[in-house]
Design a protein around this ligand. Structure first.
Ligand code: NAP
Ligand code: F7E
Length: 328
């Protein structure tokens, strides 16, 4: 039975990757940082099948001892400060975790067992002010936020440890992927949650920032399969993963409100305070390498994804109302 260590197991991708690896017959060890209360909402249903261990990407010693004790065959480094706006208000922390944290894990692998296969969660935010459309593995990076800058560091240190020390270290350049488990601050989930609350009479407006930004949005459950496939290849290589389609935040609103019979123009308020100091205007993947070499394809279309998320939030709020937790 192979063992996988996942950092960031409590996050959106961590929860889907855990489900996927358990289905593949892995022993899953999940690293969580110490907190005064547990944050296991997304993995509650998996807790009896996995091992939870404490560690932190800030702390080199904790990474070394986890690798020594649990002897993973594969490490998936999903932990990060992942919200772009927070990276402007906490840029040094973002650099510590999202950038230097990668080096700390690579160092731990190098010292404990250089045969461990390593996956780094790189991001389409590295393309930023995109120098090529669509973006592929060879497109130069032009990050537009401290988060993007930190991810570029994480990407290149992964490539560098592969080339310097012969590690099986790969970087998956993943475009935006979403689900009902997405954090409420990201725009897709903010919209699906807002639509549900408006439909149920719990809110009467939704404040958003730039409606014209365009993203390549897919379903997170599909993207964790690509992470695993990258670590099963003969040679370590980096891959772009996305759908190859782009949609604006405005289209997202149109679809999400339309799904419950509402017109987004009656509820969405544009709020300049939610604009970013530097925006990423357009992202669209060229996933042809992943398709050809990994046999990877997305299975959920953009309209299906939006409907899935709105339906899940409607059910969640209806359950809260039914249980008496909320009065309309
Ligand atoms: P997420 O939901 O924000 O989860 C981030 C995870 O990192 C959480 O489990 C968090 O733990 C953990 N974490 C944060 N700081 C840590 C630290 N110092 N030590 C240990 N763990 C720490 O992110 P996601 O959407 O699942 O994304 C997973 C990874 O893929 C991230 O690296 C993200 O930057 C990258 N990525 C995401 C996308 C996307 O569209 N989702 C696209 C490209 C790349 P807590 O629960 O304790 O906060
Ligand atoms: O913003 C615009 C906003 O925060 C998408 C992370 O997972 O994907 C994610 O980063 C777009 C931006 O995601 C609001 O200006 C408008 O253009 O959902 P987001 P992101 O910044 O693309 C990448 C690939 C990652 O790697 C990151 O970790 O939507 N937008 N109005 C808004 N965005 C938010 N959050 N809130 C708004 O009200």
């Amino acid at each position: 039975m192979p063992t996988a260590l996942i950092t960031g197991i409590t996050g959106q991708d961590g929860s889907y990757l855990t489900e996927f690896l358990l289905q593949q017959g892995y022993r899953v060890v999940g690293m969580v940082r110490r907190a005064s209360t547990h944050n296991y909402e997304r993995i509650q249903h998996l807790l009896d099948k996995i091992t939870i261990v404490q560690g932190d990407l800030h702390d080199q010693g904790s990474l070394l001892s986890l690798l020594e004790e649990y002897k993973p065959d594969e490490v998936y480094n999903l932990a990060a400060q992942s919200f772009v706006p927070t990276s402007w208000s906490q840029p040094a922390l973002t650099g510590e975790v999202t950038a230097l944290g990668v080096t700390r894990m690579l160092e731990a692998i190098r010292y404990v067992n250089p045969k461990i296969r390593f996956y780094q969660a790189s991001s389409s935010e590295m393309f930023g002010k995109a120098l090529e459309v669509p973006q592929r593995e060879t497109t130069p990076f032009y990050p537009r936020s401290p988060y993007g800058v930190a991810k570029v560091y994480g990407h290149w240190i992964t490539v560098n440890y592969r080339e310097s020390f012969g590690l099986f270290a790969v970087s998956g350049i993943l475009f935006n992927h979403e689900s009902p488990r997405r954090g409420l601050e990201f725009v897709t989930r903010k919209v699906s949650d807002g639509v549900a609350r408006i439909k149920l009479g719990l809110a009467n407006e939704l404040r958003l920032g730039n409606l014209e930004a365009r993203r390549d949005w897919g379903f997170a459950g599909d993207y964790v399969r690509a992470m695993w496939l990258m670590l099963q290849q003969e040679r370590p290589e980096d891959f772009v993963v996305g759908t190859g389609e782009t949609h604006s935040v405005r289209e997202l609103c149109e679809l999400a409100f339309g799904h419950v019979g509402l017109d987004y123009r009656d509820y969405v308020v544009q709020d300049e305070r939610l604009y970013r100091p530097a925006e990423v205007d357009l992202l669209i993947a060229d996933p042809s390498k992943a398709r050809a070499r990994l046999g990877w394809e997305p299975t959920v279309s953009f309209p299906e994804l939006v409907r899935m998320m709105v339906d899940a939030d409607l059910e969640r709020w209806k359950a809260k109302i039914a249980s008496g937790q909320l009065v309309r």
